[in-house]
Design a protein around this ligand. Structure first.
Ligand code: ZN
Ligand code: ZN
Ligand code: ZN
Length: 104
């Protein structure tokens, strides 16, 4: 699954890590260190669920943060690429930990 929110993948190549990323929802320039938590902040609560600001689907609040993180994960051949900074990982799990530690 390729996320539309992949900042690292541009056309045929990967963009270099950038210091700011333009939020596609509010247009604000966000530091790439906080871009994932910024997107999480756009989620709307609906009952016990959260509406994802990226794909509009409803997710359980406990799964919401993990769900948003996955929008920034890109599968490229044998690797998982961080959609924010372009760093590659051998497993989705280690990529999600990287996203949590680096971009939230
Ligand atoms: Zn925003
Ligand atoms: Zn989503
Ligand atoms: Zn990253």
């Amino acid at each position: 699954m390729e996320s539309e929110l992949c900042f690292a993948y541009v056309g045929q190549g990967y963009a270099k890590p950038v210091t700011t990323v333009k939020c596609s929802i509010c247009g604000k320039e966000v530091s790439w260190r906080a871009v994932v938590s910024h997107y999480m902040g756009h989620g709307k609560k609906s009952g016990s669920d959260m509406a994802c600001p990226i794909c509009n689907s409803k997710v359980k609040s406990q799964e919401y943060r993990e769900h948003v993180r996955k929008h920034f994960a890109v599968k490229r051949e044998a690797f998982y690429i961080c959609g924010v900074c372009g760093k590659s990982f051998v497993s989705l799990k280690s990529l999600l930990i990287h996203i949590m530690k680096t971009h939230e």
